[in-house]
Design a protein around this ligand. Structure first.
Ligand code: FES
Ligand code: FES
Length: 254
C-alpha cells in the first residue's frame, strides 16, 4: 500500500509522503508527523505537552496565573447615571464601560477596541469626557456619569444630537454615541480655555472661540469613524460651537 501511494504521488509530480520525517529535531529522539497525530488522537495535546521539556514551565505559569487572580468579591459603588442615583455591587475588575452596558442596561455606549484607541466608549464623568473602557468603575465612586442616553430630554434631542442628524454626521452609527459625548465634552473644554495642539496662542486665556475646523479635527482626533463620516461630524460640531449661548443653553451642559 505504501509503495502504491508513493508511486501515485510520484506519478502526480508530488513529493514522497513525508509523514515519517522528523517534525521537531530532538536530541532525545525524533517526533514524526505520524507519531504526533497518533499521540494527539489518544492523549490529546496535553499528553504531547506533558512529554515535552516545556511541561514544567507551562505548569508553573498556570500556577502563577492562578496565584495572581484577583479576588472576585463584589464591592459597593454609588453613581449618578443620567441624573438618577444608583447603589451597585460590582466586581472590582469591572470597567465603567462594562458596568454601563452589561449591568445597567445602557448599551448606547459602544465597545470598539476596548483599548482606549477608538473613542467609541466615550462618556462624560463629572462633565469631562473619558474613555470608559479604560476606567475602573470603582475608581469613579460618587461620580456623575452622562451617557448618550442621558443627553436628550424626552423627545427633545440635545443640540449636538440634532446637528449630527442634520449634517449626516454618521453612517453605520457605531462610533456616533462616542462622537457626540466627546463633542459635548470638547466644547466645554474649549469654553474653559483649554488649548489644543493646533491652538495658535497657548498663553491666551478665556474661551477658545470660534473653533476653526482644524481645532475641531484636532480636539476630536481621539474619536475614530471607520465609515469616514468626518465632514458631517466637523460640520455638526462647528454649527453647535457657534450657536449663541442664549439660544443654546444646553450646548455644554450634559
Ligand atoms: Fe474604548 Fe475604543 S472601546 S477607546
Ligand atoms: Fe460608522 Fe462612524 S458612522 S464608524
Amino acid at each position: 500500500m505504501t509503495s502504491l501511494l508513493s508511486d501515485e504521488r510520484q506519478a502526480d509530480g508530488l513529493p514522497d509522503d513525508d509523514s515519517n520525517r522528523p517534525l521537531i529535531p530532538s536530541p532525545a529522539g525524533q517526533l514524526t508527523r505520524r507519531a504526533f497525530l497518533a499521540e494527539s488522537g489518544t492523549t490529546g495535546i496535553a499528553g504531547i505537552l506533558a512529554s515535552a521539556p516545556m511541561a514544567a514551565s507551562v505548569a508553573s505559569a498556570a500556577q502563577a496565573d492562578a496565584d495572581a487572580a484577583p479576588p472576585s468579591s463584589s464591592m459597593a459603588l454609588a453613581l449618578r447615571v443620567n441624573g438618577k442615583p444608583h447603589a451597585l455591587q460590582v466586581d472590582p475588575r469591572t470597567t465603567l464601560l462594562d458596568l454601563l452596558r452589561e449591568q445597567m442596561a445602557l448599551p448606547g455606549t459602544k465597545k470598539g477596541c476596548d483599548h482606549g484607541q477608538c473613542g467609541a466608549c466615550t462618556v462624560l464623568v463629572n462633565n469631562r469626557r473619558i474613555n470608559s473602557c479604560l476606567a475602573l468603575a470603582l475608581s469613579h465612586d460618587g461620580a456623575e456619569i452622562t451617557t448618550i442616553e442621558g443627553l436628550a430630554r424626552g423627545s427633545e434631542l440635545h443640540p449636538m444630537q440634532a446637528a449630527f442628524v442634520k449634517h449626516d454626521g454618521f453612517q453605520c452609527g457605531y462610533c456616533t454615541s462616542g462622537q457626540i459625548c466627546s463633542a459635548v465634552g470638547m466644547l466645554r473644554e474649549a469654553e474653559q480655555g483649554a488649548p489644543s495642539h493646533v491652538t495658535a496662542d497657548v498663553r491666551r486665556t478665556g474661551p477658545v472661540a470660534p473653533l476653526s475646523d482644524a481645532e475641531i479635527r484636532e480636539r476630536m482626533s481621539g474619536n475614530i469613524c471607520r465609515c469616514g463620516a468626518y465632514p458631517g461630524i466637523v460640520a455638526a460640531v462647528r454649527e453647535v460651537s457657534r450657536m449663541p449661548r442664549a439660544a443654546n443653553t444646553r450646548r455644554s451642559r450634559a
